[in-house]
Write a new protein. Structure first.
Lengths: 376, 376
């Protein structure tokens, strides 16, 4: 209990204190990262300095400098990704980026049980993005951040800002309490379809807050395990969309899988097709081979692209996922494992490069064609 | 509350009852599957008849006939897998199986919080297996079932029966509360190494009982989603063994991955090697490339083998996982998706077939060489 101000002891109090000594069993001294850093072993001090505090704000250390490219921090100070001019110089202008889809950061509100605060935070992010970014560079497009854990509030937010021409997709984190194909989320897809917006799943927040533990085997110990598990959670969402019949219920819905890699999709598509042969009687609403739903409804972004033992295998697996229709370039700027267009992929044949670096995204997001853009 | 016997109403009671009518708000009528079946829609009646009750005893429908091959049920009645003579006729004799590793079934005790009952059940299974199976056919070898959720009790069970020559591995289900590389399980690996027993992870019990939800996105709706998610949970265990440094702490430990497919391992190994390059400073105890630990410490069984769009891709991916050293044939008899040695794989080159169908397992389990066995 608290009193509103410190009491001045009276002589009588003094006497009574002396008579009745007190033991208090719960007094909080501060013991934050700054205080305890000198007491940590050196390698953890170094990791905290390099990667940030790990927690709170996340469960694991990240990579790079606080999870960002070292050179993405503005020279005059401030956080990476906070300075439009630097982003233009370092990325948009430098690499002739005709359009850039902003995906924001810090999806933590998508993992809180406080639905209303989550919704308010999403609205604030969307308003800030419109005012501070979309209005200042005509190449930029926005993603509607939604409180995905409460689908009706999420649909309201999509209706609120999703009709704008400069908002081109809805975005959620990979971590979830239920896979995204679950009918629980249907109000979100009704709104996506209403506004013709793709639904984009971006890695992050796996196992945090109210989201399910990050793997089918529970919580993992190291950041690298989280990274290796992200394709698995993405795979659960994809299987859910297909086997729950979400694409049958919403025939125009498009889904984007972001930042969980690419090549793991090939064995998953084979497995889904194979299992479907033996078990399709249990899900009669799934009317096509799972890989056909993928090809028609799902798009995948490049970063971080997988490395293979040889180029032939890389090409064969890209072919297996119909990369010419499904793969879209992305940089992940300004995060530490940023891929410039020059580093993102091994050299592709011109026709495939056109699809991956421009056409697939232009078609999905309704942007001008490459030909029109080149003419300027 | 209960009284030990029904009370005979006295005239006084009768009067008081009439005065004070009673409402009881919780009386349980029986409403089991047999009672409600006529009230279920026809397709669910058919599914229950084909696949079994789905729950209790599991969360999902299975395949085949109650999860088993239709022709594995003994003609004289009884359950599939219950009749040694039928197993011999149908599988062991027919396909010249020199050694068969029994893996049991019903790993449900590995998902209960009642540690002591779990341990007692495991002991009972092991004793039954020794008495009823291993002693009756010299080709058979057993797996030590353990209460994996309480590692010290598990180690006791390994010490109790794991020294026997006819017990050749320790076995656990894929579903878990923590990934198996977590140091929490170290007492189990100390016991495995003490008795030179591989640690085998067999699919099952994902998301059931105290095990973590079956995907990083929570619970899935359909059985086929569970099957598609099993590689993911297996992947989490594998990453955990490698990045927790379990193989550094237990240099002679061998791990077997069972019934989650095979080819998904290739992209995972590439990803682990790739991520390790950028993040190895965070796990300095991981001294080799992750794929090297896999090759040295991990073995994988064939069933259910993945199908690829073409043979070249199949061979390239087998090559990527060093199948000549890591892949071992298994049938999954008498489960519904059983693979006889003739169906298990596309035709392999003789040298590779020798490794996959015999040598890799003989070396792992310390069985006589193929040459010795052929001389007989």
């Amino acid at each position: 209990m608290q009193t509103s101000q410190a009491e001045t002891p009276s002589p009588a109090d003094k006497k009574s204190k002396a008579k009745r000594p007190i033991i208090d069993c719960d007094i909080h001294q501060i013991s934050g990262l700054e205080e305890i850093k000198p007491y940590l072993p050196r390698h953890y001090r170094e990791m905290v300095e390099a990667y940030g505090p790990a927690y709170p704000g996340g469960m694991h250390f990240n990579g790079g400098v606080g999870g960002r490219m070292a050179d993405a921090y503005p020279e005059e100070g401030g956080r990476a990704g906070s300075d439009l001019a630097l982003m233009q110089r370092q990325h948009l202008d430098r690499y002739n980026v005709a359009y850039g889809i902003l995906t924001g950061e810090g999806y933590g509100m998508q993992a809180t049980i406080n639905y209303d605060y989550a919704a308010a935070t999403c609205s604030a992010i969307n308003d800030y993005t419109i005012e501070h970014w979309l209005s200042r560079d005509s190449r930029l497009r926005g993603s509607v951040m939604i409180p995905k854990q409460e689908p009706r509030l999420a649909a309201k937010e999509i209706d609120r800002v999703g009709g704008r021409a400069d908002m081109v997709q809805v975005i959620v984190c990979n971590g979830a309490t239920l896979p995204y194909g679950n009918r629980y989320y249907d109000p979100i897809y009704e709104a996506c379809v209403r506004h013709n917006l793709p639904f984009t799943i971006h890695v992050g927040l796996e196992g945090e807050g109210i989201n399910s533990p990050p793997t089918g085997a529970g919580y993992v110990t190291n950041y690298i395990e989280t990274r290796c598990a992200r394709p698995s959670t993405m795979a659960a969402h994809l299987a859910s969309f297909i086997f729950e019949g979400t694409f049958e219920r919403f025939p125009t819905l498009r889904v984007v899988l972001q930042e969980a890699g690419v090549l793991w999709l090939a064995p998953l598509l084979w497995k889904m097709d194979q299992e479907w042969k033996g078990l399709r009687v249990q899900t009669p609403w799934v009317r096509k081979r799972p890989s056909e739903y993928f090809r028609e409804h799902v798009r995948v972004t490049t970063q971080p692209i997988d490395e293979t033992p040889n180029r032939a295998l890389f090409d064969a697996l890209l072919d297996s996922i119909h990369a010419d229709e499904t793969l879209m370039y992305c940089s992940d700027y300004p995060h530490w494992d940023y891929d410039s267009p020059k580093q993102a992929l091994p050299r592709l044949a011109d026709a495939l490069a056109d699809r991956v670096y421009y056409d697939n995204a232009a078609e999905l997001y309704g942007l001008p064609t490459r030909e029109k853009e080149a003419k300027g």
